[in-house]
Design a protein around this ligand. Sequence first.
Ligand code: F6P
Length: 364
Amino acid sequence: MVKRIGLLTGGGDCPGLNPAIRAAVLQATQLGHECIGILDGWKGLIQENTRPLTREDVEGLVGQGGTLLGTSRTNPYKQEKENGVARCIENFRKLRLDALVAMGGEDTLGVAAKLHEDHKLPVVGVPKTMDNDLSATDSTFGFDTAVTIAVDAAHRLLDTGRSHRRIMVLEVMGRHAGWVSLFTGIASGADYVCLPERPVDIRDMTERLKAAHARKGVALIVASEAIEMPDGSRKEEKLDEFGHMILKERGVAERLTNLVQKETGVETRAAVIGHIQRGGPPTLFDRMLGTRVGVQAIRYAHQGQFGVMVALRGNQVAAVPLKEATGVLKTVPPEWLELLDVLMYPRPQQSQHRHNDPKAVSSR
Ligand code: F6P
């Protein structure tokens, strides 16, 4: 039986979405199904805003960032005045859809899980997020590209910082999980990494930065946008429709820069890479992952397997219940923090103890 399959992308865009859309459309067409693009995430389903999606429409998408379908952070469960949820169900029927493939992160897939549970909406989820914080899958596309760009930015900051003998602060996105800062910090050889999973110890940070600056004439801190400021300062918090803090308004880089300059006495500059991380051509990894999960989502829809998300488990794509996928945020576990500590140069007195003066350790 020919099926009409709706496709939508919700939440923050990320590189890998276009390859996933392309793969889904090509697989659907090959199975004899028809694809309808729903524009701007759940907003498009509420407003019945669609476009056709044929093979021709998706040609060349594999190397493009962004999403052909547009996106939004609209939450139908918060659109009470417009009867958001009821309109989604009604328009799904009006559009004569047999299945819906929703590509998104925790929020978009959380709505998909609820619509499936509350209204039996035949939905398949595709995980995407540059934050890499979805727990039921080993990886999400978008992350690899975002970190690759951030690592490049870090090296550029090191070049200019070295020339001016400065400390440089790079603020990266990633929301309440520190994966982006962790991977950026490790892969760029940063001297200090601040992530939400571990409170920043001002003394430890200052000593390491001063030592690094003394050794190399430059030092780099990679900081996640979601860290608590080590001096305890807070800013007023604004929330989006999903109840998430709008993190870019917290000004982490600027505030950390002032603190570091004050504590170290070294001239310090900040850069916020922000949305640059979310644009540009997807890396090979993100193209391949997007392609694999896009194809598999259509296969599940074809088989009538709904209420699931296509996860990457090891090197296999597999179905996991949508509810499981959106239940818990995947944050950085202690073993990753231990690895990070191995890769950061020890504080001066630690290295002295270890290499020069064994007695100093026992006499502490
Ligand atoms: O969730 C992806 C993400 O890029 C986060 O890392 C960041 O905090 C947020 O989206 C930014 O959202 P917006 O594009 O709405 O400013």
